[in-house]
Design a protein around this ligand. Structure first.
Ligand SMILES: [Zn+2]
Length: 131
Protein backbone atom coordinates (compact mmCIF):
# COMPACT_ATOMS: atom_id res chain seq x y z
CA UNK A 1 0.00 0.00 0.00
CA UNK A 2 2.79 2.39 0.80
CA UNK A 3 4.22 1.63 -2.63
CA UNK A 4 1.19 3.13 -4.35
CA UNK A 5 1.42 6.33 -2.37
CA UNK A 6 4.97 7.08 -3.56
CA UNK A 7 6.23 6.62 -0.05
CA UNK A 8 9.92 6.93 0.64
CA UNK A 9 9.63 3.65 2.51
CA UNK A 10 10.37 0.41 0.75
CA UNK A 11 7.46 -1.58 -0.59
CA UNK A 12 6.23 -3.74 2.23
CA UNK A 13 5.65 -7.38 2.32
CA UNK A 14 2.76 -8.52 4.42
CA UNK A 15 3.79 -8.59 8.07
CA UNK A 16 0.77 -10.59 9.17
CA UNK A 17 1.96 -13.80 7.52
CA UNK A 18 5.30 -15.30 6.60
CA UNK A 19 4.47 -15.81 2.94
CA UNK A 20 6.69 -12.97 1.63
CA UNK A 21 3.83 -11.57 -0.40
CA UNK A 22 3.75 -7.89 -1.35
CA UNK A 23 1.18 -6.05 0.70
CA UNK A 24 -1.89 -5.23 -1.37
CA UNK A 25 -5.36 -4.32 -0.23
CA UNK A 26 -6.70 -7.69 -1.41
CA UNK A 27 -3.98 -9.66 0.35
CA UNK A 28 -3.86 -7.67 3.59
CA UNK A 29 -7.59 -7.53 4.21
CA UNK A 30 -8.96 -10.68 2.59
CA UNK A 31 -6.45 -13.19 1.20
CA UNK A 32 -3.83 -13.23 3.97
CA UNK A 33 -4.19 -16.29 6.22
CA UNK A 34 -4.27 -13.91 9.19
CA UNK A 35 -7.13 -11.90 7.68
CA UNK A 36 -8.97 -15.08 6.74
CA UNK A 37 -8.76 -16.25 10.35
CA UNK A 38 -10.27 -12.94 11.47
CA UNK A 39 -13.08 -13.00 8.89
CA UNK A 40 -13.91 -16.65 9.49
CA UNK A 41 -14.31 -15.95 13.18
CA UNK A 42 -17.21 -13.67 12.23
CA UNK A 43 -18.21 -15.42 8.98
CA UNK A 44 -17.16 -19.08 9.17
CA UNK A 45 -17.83 -19.76 5.49
CA UNK A 46 -16.15 -16.64 4.10
CA UNK A 47 -14.13 -17.11 0.92
CA UNK A 48 -12.26 -14.09 -0.52
CA UNK A 49 -13.51 -12.90 -3.90
CA UNK A 50 -11.85 -11.22 -6.87
CA UNK A 51 -12.63 -7.72 -5.68
CA UNK A 52 -13.00 -5.94 -2.36
CA UNK A 53 -16.60 -5.12 -3.31
CA UNK A 54 -17.43 -8.78 -3.95
CA UNK A 55 -15.76 -9.85 -0.70
CA UNK A 56 -17.83 -7.34 1.25
CA UNK A 57 -20.95 -8.54 -0.58
CA UNK A 58 -20.19 -12.11 0.46
CA UNK A 59 -19.74 -11.00 4.07
CA UNK A 60 -23.03 -9.09 3.92
CA UNK A 61 -24.79 -12.17 2.63
CA UNK A 62 -23.38 -14.39 5.35
CA UNK A 63 -23.86 -12.01 8.27
CA UNK A 64 -27.47 -11.27 7.38
CA UNK A 65 -27.31 -8.34 9.76
CA UNK A 66 -28.46 -4.74 9.41
CA UNK A 67 -25.03 -3.90 10.85
CA UNK A 68 -22.99 -5.89 8.35
CA UNK A 69 -21.14 -2.79 7.14
CA UNK A 70 -20.22 -1.70 10.66
CA UNK A 71 -18.94 -5.18 11.45
CA UNK A 72 -17.02 -5.34 8.15
CA UNK A 73 -15.40 -1.97 8.77
CA UNK A 74 -14.45 -3.00 12.32
CA UNK A 75 -12.84 -6.24 11.17
CA UNK A 76 -10.94 -4.38 8.46
CA UNK A 77 -9.90 -1.67 10.94
CA UNK A 78 -8.77 -4.29 13.46
CA UNK A 79 -6.59 -5.99 10.85
CA UNK A 80 -5.12 -2.60 9.87
CA UNK A 81 -4.37 -1.68 13.49
CA UNK A 82 -2.80 -5.09 14.10
CA UNK A 83 -0.55 -4.53 11.09
CA UNK A 84 0.37 -1.02 12.25
CA UNK A 85 1.01 -2.19 15.80
CA UNK A 86 3.65 -4.53 14.42
CA UNK A 87 5.24 -2.02 12.04
CA UNK A 88 5.29 0.97 14.36
CA UNK A 89 5.25 -0.54 17.86
CA UNK A 90 6.82 -3.97 17.27
CA UNK A 91 3.78 -5.69 18.77
CA UNK A 92 3.65 -9.19 17.41
CA UNK A 93 0.45 -9.81 15.43
CA UNK A 94 -1.92 -12.31 16.90
CA UNK A 95 -5.52 -13.23 16.34
CA UNK A 96 -6.17 -12.68 20.05
CA UNK A 97 -4.89 -9.07 19.90
CA UNK A 98 -6.86 -8.41 16.73
CA UNK A 99 -9.99 -9.72 18.40
CA UNK A 100 -9.38 -7.45 21.39
CA UNK A 101 -9.07 -4.44 19.06
CA UNK A 102 -12.33 -5.46 17.44
CA UNK A 103 -14.10 -5.70 20.81
CA UNK A 104 -12.74 -2.34 22.00
CA UNK A 105 -13.82 -0.61 18.82
CA UNK A 106 -17.18 -2.36 18.84
CA UNK A 107 -17.89 -0.98 22.30
CA UNK A 108 -16.88 2.53 21.23
CA UNK A 109 -19.05 2.66 18.13
CA UNK A 110 -21.95 0.66 19.42
CA UNK A 111 -22.67 2.70 22.51
CA UNK A 112 -24.79 5.32 20.69
CA UNK A 113 -26.73 2.65 18.87
CA UNK A 114 -26.64 0.11 21.65
CA UNK A 115 -30.39 -0.16 22.11
CA UNK A 116 -30.95 -0.65 18.41
CA UNK A 117 -28.10 -3.09 18.31
CA UNK A 118 -29.65 -5.14 21.12
CA UNK A 119 -32.85 -5.60 19.17
CA UNK A 120 -31.09 -7.03 16.17
CA UNK A 121 -30.96 -10.79 16.01
CA UNK A 122 -27.52 -10.61 14.46
CA UNK A 123 -26.16 -8.97 17.60
CA UNK A 124 -26.77 -12.06 19.64
CA UNK A 125 -25.05 -14.24 17.07
CA UNK A 126 -21.99 -11.99 16.74
CA UNK A 127 -21.44 -11.57 20.48
CA UNK A 128 -21.67 -15.32 20.98
CA UNK A 129 -18.97 -15.79 18.38
CA UNK A 130 -16.69 -13.36 20.24
CA UNK A 131 -16.83 -15.26 23.50
ZN1 LIG B 1 -0.23 -11.93 4.64
Amino acid sequence: MLDKKNSHLQALHCVLCSMGIKETIDHLFFECPFALTCWRYICPNFIPHQSVHDSFAAIKEELKSPFHMEVSVLVTWSIWRTRNNYIFNQIQPSFYRCKMIFKEELILISFPIFLTWLTACAYYNIINKLQ
